[in-house]
Design a protein around this ligand. Structure first.
Ligand SMILES: [Zn+2]
Length: 219
């Protein structure tokens, strides 16, 4: 499996193409492309590698992650999946856009809601779904256990965690999601986050100040 990251839109959000070199099937995770050159770059990569996009996946409903949903739906014409608990963010997307001063088309409704009882299958790959609320109510992480890869959205970052000052954010819930769900995976699992560089579960267990006990001294 190959992972390709594109950092897009004014929020510098990581959009990922996760695909299988043998079958050429793949998914696009958080298609936040905003400018035409960003869309062209993503499409160029997909065409150059002959990738067939099978699904559009959203880790959560914040605008930087859903800015490109309308574009992706029209371009790929495949189902858009997200957790139902972030529907309030889709419904509030125009408020979100106004708050951050960006303008974009009203996002399409998801085609299907996903939760932990679901699995996402394409090529010969299965993605497990973790419901990891705290940054937003419907935040999810996508895990490929064979490849030891986690697409984490804005839950866990290199040396940090997702912000909890937005709609229905909850710091205790976020820390709990990380400890009880993400930290059950082995140290060598790679986390591809919604912003900034990738990291590993082991790296964050050891060095993340919110999770290694440092933060608790001051909280
Ligand atoms: Zn977010």
């Amino acid at each position: 499996m190959k992972t390709k990251s594109f950092t897009v839109n004014p929020f510098e959000m990581n959009c990922y193409i996760y695909w299988d070199e043998a079958s050429k099937e793949g998914v696009i995770i958080d298609p936040g492309a905003f400018e035409d050159f960003e869309k062209d770059e993503i499409l160029g990569y997909i065409k150059q590698n002959g990738i067939s996009i099978k699904l559009i996946l959203n880790t959560h409903g914040h605008i930087d992650h859903i800015l490109g949903n309308d574009w992706a739906k029209k371009e790929f014409n495949v189902p858009l999946l997200m957790h139902k608990d972030d529907m309030l963010l889709i419904d509030k997307s125009m408020d979100q856009a106004a708050m951050f001063g960006v303008n974009f088309p009203k996002p399409p409704e998801p085609d299907r809601f996903i939760d932990e009882s679901d699995e996402i299958k394409f090529a010969n790959t299965t993605l497990k779904i973790l419901h990891t609320p705290g940054h937003s109510p419907g935040s999810v992480c996508f895990v490929d256990e064979n490849e030891k890869v986690i697409f984490g959205g804005d839950v866990l970052f290199r040396g940090s965690i997702g912000r909890t000052d937005l709609w229905m954010g909850d710091m205790d819930l976020l820390l709990d999601s990380i400890r009880t769900k993400l930290f059950t995976f082995d140290n060598d699992f790679i986390v591809f986050p919604g912003h900034m560089d990738e990291t590993t579960i082991g790296e964050e267990k050891e060095n993340n100040p919110f999770l290694n006990g440092e933060y608790d001294k001051y909280a």
